[in-house]
Design a protein around this ligand. Structure first.
Ligand SMILES: *Cc1c(COP(=O)(O)O)cnc(C)c1O
Length: 424
C-alpha cells in the first residue's frame, strides 16, 4: 500500500477499518481535556466498558448471594476459570485443555519451573536471552540457587552480535548445539520486550527438543499481539500476563499453557493445592492429592474472581474478533507508523533508528526507536502534548499502535506532534 502523510489519507484508512468500532468501547485518559494518543498498550492496556460490567457483575453477585455465589452466581465462581479455556486456547494456538489462568506471570514461571526445571549432574543448564526482562533474570537466578547451583555455571545467554540490535536465529540454534546434552531448559521471551523482535519459536523449540531439553516461553509481549501456535510448535509450557495487550487491568492474572503431552505424567512434580485436585472430588476434602489431568492440574488456590472478571471480558472480545483480523490491522497500522516516523525524520533531519525488525513477520505491534541526538526532552514534550509513550534508557522510545483501539488518525497526529517536538 502506498501511504500518505495526510489527515485525509489517515481518515480514509479509519473508514475502511473493520475494528474501528471497538475503539469506542475503551476509556482513554485525557491530557488538557483531550483524549491521549495511547502507545503503551504493550505496558498496560486500556480499560474497556465490558471489563467494568464484568467486575460489577461479580460485586453484585457477592452482595446478593455471598457464599452461594460459588455455585449460584450467573457465572459460578467455583469453575469461573474454565470459561477461559475455549477463547484463550484459540488466542494462543492451544487445545482448551492446555490453558488455564492463575496467579501472576513471574509466579507462574516459578511454578512451571518447579515442574520443568529439574537439574541433574549432567543436564542442568538453562538457556535464556541476554538482557532478558529483569523479572525473568531474577526468577531464573533464584531458581538456580534454589537448586543449590551457581548461576555462573548454569545460565547460558544467547547474545546479539556486536553492533546489532536483534538476535539471529542461526546464533540461537548454534548456542543450543554448543550446550548440547547439558541443556535442561530453554526459557526465553518469545517477543522481546525491548526491541519488539519476534523469535522463531517453532524452530527453537524443535532444536532444543533434539537434546531432550524442555522449552518454555515467556509470552508477556506476545499474547494478544501475535499469532501463536503453541500446541503445534510443541512448546512444553508458556505463561503470559494479561494486563499488556490483553487489557485486563493493572497487575492482573496470568495465563499459562502446558502441552497435553505432560498432562498425565504424574512423575512431573507439581506444587499442589486444592484447586488443582480432581474437580468432582474437590469438596470431599480427601487427604491424597489427585491432580486434574489438564492445565488446570497446575492450579493451586481458589481463584481471585474479581481479577478474572475483566480478563474474561477481554478474552471474549478477542474471541469475537479473532487473531487473524487483529494481525491484519496490526501490520498495516504498524507499517503506517513506521512510514510516519520516516517522513518526520526526513522532514526534520532527525536521526531516528527503528531497532525493531522491519519484516512484519518478525514483529508485532511495537516499534522501538533509538533517538540519536534526542533524549528525555523529546519524551517529555510528547507526554505533555498527550502522546503516551514509554521511555527506556538510554534513549529509546517504544510505540505500540495497538490495533484494537488506536486509529490511523492517531498516527497522523502523532507525526505532527513529533515534528514540532523535534524542531522545538
Ligand atoms: C511485563 C513482563 C513481566 C512482568 O511480570 P509480572 O510477574 O506480571 O510482574 C515479566 N516478563 C516479561 C518479559 C515482561 O514483559
Amino acid at each position: 500500500m502506498e501511504f500518505k502523510n495526510t489527515l485525509e489519507f489517515a481518515r480514509e484508512l479509519d473508514k475502511k477499518d473493520t475494528l474501528a468500532k471497538y475503539r469506542t468501547e475503551f476509556n482513554f485518559p485525557k491530557v488538557n481535556g483531550k483524549e491521549v494518543i495511547y502507545f503503551t498498550g504493550n505496558s498496560l492496556g486500556l480499560q474497556s466498558n465490558r471489563s467494568v460490567d464484568y467486575v460489577k457483575e461479580v460485586m453484585d453477585d457477592w452482595a446478593n448471594l455471598a457464599v452461594e455465589g460459588h455455585f449460584f452466581a450467573d457465572k459460578p465462581w467455583w469453575d469461573y476459570h474454565e470459561r477461559f479455556s475455549s477463547p484463550l486456547s484459540k488466542l494462543v494456538g492451544a487445545k482448551p485443555s492446555e490453558v488455564t489462568v492463575m496467579n501472576t506471570l513471574t509466579v507462574n514461571l516459578h511454578l512451571l519451573m518447579a515442574s520443568f526445571y529439574r537439574p541433574t549432574q549432567k543436564k542442568f543448564k538453562i538457556l535464556c536471552e541476554e538482557k532478558a526482562f529483569p523479572s525473568d533474570q531474577y526468577m531464573i537466578q533464584s531458581q538456580v540457587q534454589f537448586h543449590g547451583l551457581d548461576p555462573k555455571d548454569t545460565i547460558v545467554e544467547i547474545k546479539r552480535r556486536d553492533g546489532e540490535h536483534n538476535f539471529r536465529i542461526e546464533d540461537i540454534l548454534a548456542k543450543i548445539d554448543e550446550v548440547g546434552d547439558e541443556l535442561s531448559l530453554v526459557l526465553i521471551g518469545g517477543l522481546n520486550y525491548y526491541t519488539g523482535q519476534v523469535l522463531d519459536m517453532k524452530t527453537i523449540t524443535a532444536k532444543a527438543h533434539e537434546y531432550d531439553a524442555y522449552v518454555g516461553w515467556d509470552l508477556a509481549h506476545a499474547a494478544g499481539n501475535i499469532k501463536l501456535e503453541l500446541h503445534e510448535w510443541g512448546a512444553d509450557f508458556a505463561a503470559w500476563c494479561s494486563y499488556k495487550y490483553m487489557n485486563s487491568g493493572p497487575g492482573n492474572a496470568s495465563g499459562c499453557f502446558i502441552h497435553e503431552k505432560h498432562h498425565n505424567n504424574m512423575d512431573l512434580p507439581r506444587l499442589g493445592g486444592w484447586w488443582g485436585h480432581n474437580k468432582e472430588r474437590r469438596f470431599l476434602m480427601e487427604p491424597k492429592y489427585d491432580p486434574i489431568q489438564s492445565a488446570h492440574g497446575w492450579q493451586i488456590s481458589n481463584l481471585p474472581i474479581l481479577s478474572l472478571a475483566p480478563y474474561l471480558a477481554s478474552v471474549e472480545m478477542f474471541d469475537e474478533i479473532g487473531m487473524d483480523k487483529l494481525v491484519e490491522k496490526r501490520d498495516v497500522i504498524t507499517s503506517y507508523l513506521e512510514f510516519i516516523l520516516k517522513e518526520v525524520a526526513r522532514e526534520t533531519n532527525a536521526n531516528f533508528e527503528i531497532i525493531t525488525p522491519s519484516d512484519p513477520k518478525e514483529r508485532g505491534s511495537q516499534l522501538s526507536v533509538l533517538l540519536h541526538g534526542e533524549g528525555r526532552r523529546l519524551f517529555d514534550y510528547l507526554m505533555e502534548e498527550g502522546v503516551i509513550v514509554d521511555w527506556r534508557e538510554p534513549n529509546v522510545i517504544r510505540l505500540a499502535p495497538v490495533p484494537l483501539y488506536t486509529s490511523y488518525e492517531d498516527m497522523y497526529h502523532f507525526g505532527q506532534i513529533l515534528k514540532n517536538g523535534v524542531k522545538s
